[in-house]
Write a protein of this length. Sequence first.
Lengths: 372, 231
Amino acid sequence: MTIAALAWRNLMRRPMRTALLALGIALAVATALALIALSASIERSTADSTRERGADLTVSQKGAADLFAGFLPDKLGARIAAVPGVAGVAGELIMFAPVDEAFQFLAAGMADDSYFWAAMPLTEGRKPDKGERYVVLLGASVAKALNKKVGDEISMFDHGLKIVGITGYRTAVNRGVIVMRLQDLQELAFRADQVTAFHIALAPGLTTYAVAAVERGIESLAPVNVDPTDQLFANDRNVEVLNAVSLAISIIALATAGLSVLNVLLMAVHERMRETGIMMAIGWSDGRIMATIILEGLLTGVLGCALGVPLGLAACSLFELLPVIGTYLTFQPGLAVIAPSVAGALLLSVLGSLYPAWRAVSLTPAEALRRT
Amino acid sequence: MDHAGAPLIALRDVSRSFDDGAVVALRGIDLAVAQGEFVSIVGRSGSGKSSLVHIMAGFDKPSSGQVWWQGRAIADRRAWTVLRSSEIGIVFQEFLLLPTLSARENVEIAISKATAGEARRRADDIIARVGLAARAEHLPHALSGGERQRVAIARSLANRPRLLIADEPTGSLDSANAALVLELLFELRRERGAALVLVTHEEAIAARADRVVRLSDGKLENGSGDGGRPS
């Protein structure tokens, strides 16, 4: 009989207690997994949306607390376009805007000369005509949420806007954006001559060195950050805070699970002290006895992970059903999301079992055998 | 390292007290057991028999004095663990089987230095030898007292120990089962050539030993420990 089999037999002598412990670990794993997935999906979904529109780099205001809080003069776009290696510039004012007085959606004002217009896919309607004012294109999620179609009207900042098209983007963020002319959004939001960021399309075939030269060239024009699209939130304070909060809650959840393992195993060790004495009496070493108890902790951790991972993935799927999250984020569970929570749970299950294991062998065989 | 001519186990001037000396269980015990020897320890309740057994099996440390195994002083916990895993087998009055393991598994987990398959085979053999082949997969609670003690005897002999310590092995059995268990214990001990230290309060049983050691108030009577000097 292996010590793993003995550890399993010990756990199964109180199946309800083991099941509740595993459930506690499972909830901690699911919580950690969902929070890590949420953090990761914000950065990934935004990067995906920017890539979908054909951007390689994003230029934002240096020192701004977050991407939306920064503003740049829209005239900077012409100077950026002149930097060697830049193939296209898309100035964009982006913000959460009140729509029909009851909703908040992302509104993106795009400059008339933005290369995004040309690449924009449509499922219905058309793009704005030259000089046409106060018209919008809705992302598919927005159109569905508002139950609007081409020809209808929406209200933004108390101003009526006519829907002329529905965009055909595939990423969640882009499907949740209302697109309009930059001039209109600047006027409605009192942001005259300002953009939130410039998106840059690079000339094809640039080497890494040449891309770095483009970044330096743009940075020399004004106090700006130039980031690849997949590092869009590298300087975003809000995302940093969200990541830190997610990590802290995940650690607290997993540590609570580790403490539960410690508590339950300590109780089990106390109950089985006489049996531990028997094992000592028949020549089991302290290491072997401790290994059995640590294995009990590890096995409950494995059980908890086996329950917790599907639970966490199910929670992520539920997040997507929530309009406030699902409109902008998609969850793609992968090893990078699952591994930290599983590794954390297993590590803390083992750590939680160390003290009970040590307690089990802290008595002499005579003392242990005297216990009832 | 074996010392030729040294007793198998020897206690030299061993004392054991509890509660900072308020309770003295053993006083200056000198006791030696030779290879293959059968020694009975008799004494009234509270005379120190169990304390003596605990010291001889390394379950407890003497307050003073030393225990020698084959001429080598044994003091640390690890050395005692090694001895119990291979050289010393123990049978308790209360059987002390692990309740979640079957009769065979209780024997199997005591077998050291063997692969899983070999341990299982050896456990099956010895379980059959004590007449419990048909009951091998039963949990202890499904066995009678006599059967449980037979499992405990099988477990104590599973590693072919050179010293077998039996602490009142029939104390929890009725007279019929007690006789059967004792005969089995003596028979298996003879087969394997192990020394036997048998703690009992029954003079008739004690008289079957090569030597009877009497304990009274924690002391050996009339030097019945026969030296206890390691060579």
